[in-house]
Design a protein. Structure first.
Length: 291
């Protein structure tokens, strides 16, 4: 079975960006990259030989040192969106501090924080239905938007807890991480199944056409970092990118709603699956009342 690395096996910061069997096309692609893109190249030979370009943005400094005009961004948002965005960024900063304490080093930025994209997370959420439906949508939309440089999944899990606590202040997420050694934390096994499938769906959603080409060259499995494998035979690849974005966004949302439903069961609050959720206006008002 043809096996291809999605992240470069020698440096996991590099991810698969371009494939082609023609060396001239590979050279043409390489010279088209901007100066801030680092490149690695691998040659594979499955049903036929082909080349893979792996790319990585040259890393910047710590995330906490990213400079952006939050006041200007907030001025362009509705009152409810700005209230929720500010709280979301506070949650994110708290997670960065926790991560730095756990790992002993600041979290590095590999892209900027896209604050202006965060209202779209809220606007794309249907604020109707059960509490678990809305919490799952919020988490899924935050991850899909990928507006944060790092820790999008951890922030999504924290956002789920924060939202559900506005309905029941006693709610606490079941433990989602475990200490594997004195300096390393990892997702618990039950959570890890959702995180891994979330990453698979995100990857296929972004690069279904590229994966279709890989399949035609003989690839059947892709390996992401942390040994997460994508079985290409399990995903529909033959669709336009615009269609793939819709199809896999829906699958991603369903996955995260199911995650929240399991989380409230494990936490001992199954009634939240039937509890009407807070609207955006109600959620924002609850936040304002906290301040």
């Amino acid at each position: 079975m043809g096996h291809v690395y999605y992240h470069h096996p020698g440096d996991k910061q590099f991810s698969l960006d371009f494939v082609h069997p023609d060396p001239d096309e590979i050279v043409s692609q390489i010279v088209s990259y901007d100066d801030d893109v680092a490149i690695k190249l691998l040659e594979y030979e499955l049903d036929e030989p082909f080349y893979v370009i792996y790319t990585s943005r040259i890393s910047g400094g710590p995330v906490k040192e990213i400079d952006f005009n939050l006041k200007e961004s907030l001025s362009e948002m509705s009152a409810d969106n700005s209230t929720i965005v500010v709280r979301l960024l506070e949650i994110y900063r708290a997670l960065l501090d926790q991560n730095e304490e756990e790992e002993g080093v600041p979290v590095k930025a590999y892209k900027n924080i896209d604050v202006d994209a965060l209202p779209d997370v809220l606007n794309r959420t249907s604020w109707e239905g059960s509490a678990t439906d809305i919490a799952g949508q919020l988490a899924s939309n935050l991850i899909l938007k990928h507006a944060l440089p790092n820790a999008n999944h951890r922030t999504a899990v924290a956002l789920i807890q924060f939202y559900l606590r506005r309905l029941n202040p006693d709610f606490a997420m079941p433990e989602t991480s475990v200490e594997t050694d004195s300096n390393t934390y990892d997702w618990r096994e039950w959570v890890n199944e959702y995180i891994n499938e979330s990453k698979r769906l995100l990857t296929v959603r972004r690069k279904n056409v590229l994966f279709k080409h890989l399949y035609s060259f003989g690839a059947r499995t892709l390996e992401r970092k942390h040994a997460v494998e994508i079985d290409l035979t399990e995903y529909e690849l033959d669709m336009y990118p615009s269609e793939a974005k819709i199809v896999y966004a829906e699958k991603h949302q369903d996955l995260w709603v199911t995650f929240v439903e399991e989380a409230v069961e494990r936490a001992g609050y199954p009634e939240l699956k039937e509890t009407p959720g807070l609207s955006k206006e109600e959620f924002a008002e609850k936040i304002r009342n906290l301040d």
